[in-house]
Design a protein around this ligand. Structure first.
Ligand code: PQQ
Length: 578
């Protein structure tokens, strides 16, 4: 989309959740530097009026800031020329029965802007285009049915004359998809499922995996009978776009149910990186990271597009930090696998990814028997699996700095015990089939997270800062050499991009699971973040749960969080006073 391409090149504004189409979350702004970041102060604040997990970030387009909330997904347009005065407010009417069908809190990962419109994808799957100046609804379309467990938490991605939207429901046996709607009318242009027949997954004879054509009905061949119809592969993460290659990139989530015994086969194309033609949706290449998932390692985390020198050559790479604990570097043009290494030494469920092109298991993780949750066709209770189901990294997006060549990754350092159980499918009812408990990675620093810098050319950690809790907030890298992120206790932190040295921290009113963004107004650089504890890690606080196994195992794992923070819903905007 031309307006998005133009505006994302202007560092004074922030018009996509991901910062740019490449998902770098890097800003060229450099008034705030490693030397002066310790002078940051709160400039202004805004209460959203909602008290559950606040993911995503505000947008800034010109002199207006757009702020969204978790369910009921209120949108505020704030006047930056008038101390954040509310220009307009849009409050959708949604049936609250959608709340119990959202697996991991009532979060929403934010708005997008294109062509004078602000796009909201509500929890109940209604996609709404709002006039950016007035907040009036230009069009809306319904993308799914919450009665079948279909909900939404993701942002949308405007590409050319379409907006791309995903869907959630992997814990409810939804057959998930990506859909492109006409940006001016909301008319459906194409829909591509993750699992199912070629006509539904939009594969053709040219679609490849690891350089080879996947062949006919490559998904159906890896499921028993009709199981693909409740097969999951949800698309609730982030989308990126390469305008030169005209390809969009995203990952699919877990196969349903979590009990692996109930769905024999590789369960393609769940847990897969997709490269699709932006105009037609047809898949150019795919790569399945975790065939026949046994741990709920959804593959939906962001795909960061960066050109890097590998083996003496500049390659158009895609870098992805998967839930399964491997940091992948691929050639985004061809789908060739270049690097796959653990980005947390605690990862134990697989020894490595087989990188031998001549091996029959090329590209597959070599699974450690002891940490499988299914053996000889039977489900088994398994202990000490690292990472836990919420992965070495969940949805919280990483950042890439072209200045240092490093990726800045918010991570989890959590392990789990996993007890699969038989579950039967009823539309709109949980289709989970496992009980989990979670705990900090044993024999380590005792905390549940790290904030790391990663070299994706070699697959190596450059530095790592231990954190008491998982870092559930998205990182921001800046040309001032400063990297920002938030913590579950509620700190906004600034660290030196080169060394990781902590330069500044400030405790905001609630735990941070939002993503840090930056913009300028009247020539001055600001940094903004939403506070409001929640998401899967904070579900105990967000939903008031206390049974340690509740919240799919997160309640017990993160119980100590209640000693540090409480519910909130606030935007905090920082600047250096003059
Ligand atoms: O399979 C799915 O449809 C689905 C959806 C969501 C979601 O929409 O938030 C999450 C997950 N799975 C999931 O596995 C997960 O770890 C998770 C964490 C979060 C969060 O916002 O903190 N959402 C989700």
């Amino acid at each position: 989309n031309d307006s998005v391409l133009k505006l994302t090149q202007d560092p004074n504004q922030w018009v996509l959740q991901t910062g740019d189409y490449a998902n770098t979350r890097h800003s060229k702004l450099k008034q705030i530097t490693t030397d002066n970041v310790n002078k940051l102060q709160v400039s202004w604040t805004f209460s959203t009026g909602v008290l559950r997990g606040h993911e995503g970030s505000p947008l800034v387009v010109g002199d207006i800031m757009y702020v969204h909330t978790p369910f009921p997904n209120i949108v505020y347009a704030l006047d930056l020329n008038n101390e954040g005065k509310i220009i307009w407010k849009y409050e959708p009417k949604q049936d609250p029965t959608v709340i119990p069908v959202m697996c991991c809190d009532t979060v929403n990962r934010g708005l997008a802007y294109a062509d004078g419109k602000v796009f909201l994808h509500q929890a109940d799957t209604k996609v709404v285009a709002l006039d950016a100046k007035t907040g009036k609804v230009a069009w809306s379309v319904v993308n799914g049915d919450p009665k079948k467990g279909e909900t939404n938490t993701a942002t949308v991605m405007p590409v050319k004359d379409k907006v791309l939207v995903g869907i959630s429901g992997g814990e409810f046996g939804v057959q998930c998809h990506v859909t492109a709607y006409d940006i001016n009318t909301g008319k459906q242009a194409w829909r591509a499922y993750s699992v199912g027949p070629d006509s539904q997954i939009l594969f053709d004879e040219k679609t490849t995996a690891l350089g080879k054509p996947v062949g006919k009905d490559s998904s159906l061949a890896t499921w028993q009978g009709d199981q693909w119809k409740t097969g999951g592969g949800c698309t609730w993460g982030w989308y990126s776009y390469d305008p030169q290659l005209n390809l969009i990139y995203y990952g699919s989530g877990n196969p349903s149910t979590w009990n692996p015994k109930q769905r024999p086969g590789d369960n393609k194309w769940s847990m897969t990186i997709f490269a699709r033609d932006a105009d037609t949706g047809v898949a150019k290449w795919v790569y399945q990271m975790t065939p026949h998932d046994q741990w709920d390692f959804d593959g939906i985390n962001e795909m960061i597009l960066a050109d890097q020198q590998i083996g003496g050559q500049t390659r158009p790479t895609l870098v992805h930090f998967d839930r399964n604990g491997f940091g992948y570097t691929l050639d985004r043009k061809t789908g060739e696998l270049l690097v796959a290494e653990k980005f947390d030494p605690a990862v134990n469920w697989a020894t490595k990814v087989d990188m031998d092109k001549n091996s029959p298991t090329y590209g597959r993780p070599l699974v450690v028997d002891k940490y499988s949750t299914e053996k000889n066709g039977e489900d088994v209770n398994t202990t000490g699996i690292c990472p836990a189901a919420l992965g070495t990294k969940d949805q919280q997006p990483a950042a890439f700095s072209p200045d240092t060549g490093l990726f800045y990754v918010p991570t989890n350092h959590v392990c789990m015990d996993y007890e699969p159980f038989r579950v039967s499918y009823t539309p709109g009812q949980p289709y989970v089939g496992a009980t989990l408990s979670m705990f900090p990675a044993p024999g380590s620093h005792g905390g549940m997270g790290n904030f790391i810098a990663w070299d994706a050319k070699q697959g190596k950690i450059v530095w790592s800062n231990p954190e008491q809790f998982s870092v559930w907030s998205g990182a921001l890298s800046t040309a001032g050499g400063v990297v920002f992120y938030g913590t579950l206790e509620g700190y906004l932190k600034a660290v030196d991009a080169k060394t990781g040295k902590e330069l500044y921290k400030f405790k905001t009113p609630s735990g941070i699971i939002g993503n840090v963004m930056t913009y300028t107004h009247k020539g001055k650089q600001y940094v903004a973040v939403l506070s409001g504890v929640g998401g899967w890690a904070g579900i105990g606080l967000a939903a008031g749960l206390t049974d340690p196994n509740a919240g799919l195992g997160a309640v017990g794992g993160y119980a100590a969080l209640s000693n540090y923070t409480a519910l909130g819903g606030q935007l905090t905007v920082f600047a250096i006073p003059q």
